[in-house]
Design a protein around this ligand. Sequence first.
Ligand code: GLN
Length: 475
Amino acid sequence: RQGQIRVSDIIDQAYSNIQSKSHLNAFVNVQDKQKHAQQIEESQKRYSEGKQLSDIDGLPIAIKHTFIFQGFTPNIDATVIRKLKQNGAIIVGKTNMDEFGMGSLGMYGYNDKKITRNPIDEEYIAGGSSSGSAVATKSGYSLGTDTGGSVSYPAHCCGLYSMKPSYGRLSRFGQILYSSSNDVIGPMTNSSDDLESLFDIMQGEDSNDSNCINFSNISKIRHQDRLTKNPENISLQNLRVGIVQEFDIAELDNRNRTIQDNLKSILKDQGAQLINVQIPLIKYALPFYFTLVPAEASSNLSRYDGIKYGYQIPIGSQANTSAKQDLFDYIERVRSEAFGINVKRRVLLGNFLLSSRFEDYNEKVIESQRVRRLLIQQYCKVMEENQLDIIISPVSIGIEPPKINDILNDNKGAQKNPVFEYKMDYFTALPNCLGIPAITMPVQECKTYKFPSSFMIQGYFGEDYHLLKIAKELD
Ligand code: GLN
């Protein structure tokens, strides 16, 4: 970034990567390069005058497709996009994803047509749901969204950095929501410095999003906050790191266990204190997640009825015209045709959980919210009583992403039994349930093994900047 950078070369390189790697299916649409000509020129001028707008001035960024509908060109930008543009970023295109953010495999794009492939080895998945963003990050930056691991898991699969910010820290104005009480927007990058630059530009309250609040007084949330008292003093030497017993599960891949152990010894060698803690309610995070999230999804997606907007069936094209056709038949057909398998699974589960089959139609949802509240209380208590700065965690049970053909041939049973996929979110759904920030960082386990692995550091609600500082120390 320093000295003589040539913005046009950087953008050319990004576009040539997009073209040469198009078989990875990272992008669903690519912006016309010519349209950036003026922006490139202006940015170059700023660099030559030493007046660049930010760390990302003139640099390419790709955006997850969840900020737009197919065939629809919005006439205003989402808040985070506006902020990125105002800081000089050049938006190169929209990236592939599991439809509505539902999935972990990057194989359930709209109409299940395009499977995102891992840039390290194309036979493997790139992770999901921000699959295309992960691939695109290999040649720049990108934005993903995260409901229960959608920036963390693709970062893990592709050896990248990602950040899931505190809930409510970044405006979601302009984002198409999956689960309103969990969704956040998160950057995906190749370094912890870049995570900080993007986060810093995008965060901040927004009058267009009532969920997005001012965090400047958030230090008051944690009563015994060592970090907030000494924000400049964060270093590995005085770090207090929580080792959570509930993360040590039998299913954890041995190589992943080794990575956690290595991380612990590095932290210890640097002078950090490791503190063993128990947060027993963590075992309910995933059941909570797959109760509340489908319920919110079925409610959020009920607006896609083929009447107001989105997929529509031309009048007169109804199959089986002899049968009685009414509005409900139409809506049923629209939703049956347009939604992919993962979306249907979540909508059906959500509808079931909200149905009148239960005495009180939302008793399951209320129950799961109570579990969430207790889990948050337990987590905060452990963090506060032990004065923890961070908790370390694996990102995924396994290290190696699944092979695409194994999933397609159902060797892992993922098609018939979606629980295979749900279980992949054991570690990553937790930060969303708690609303806390979490950063995924890559580690190269050994030179002979092709996939890098990763670990996650989780912080306290609102302490996003502290967590970023710790990530930079750890790098
Ligand atoms: N795999 C999870 C799900 O399908 C998380 C996806 C996400 O974070 N958007 O719900």
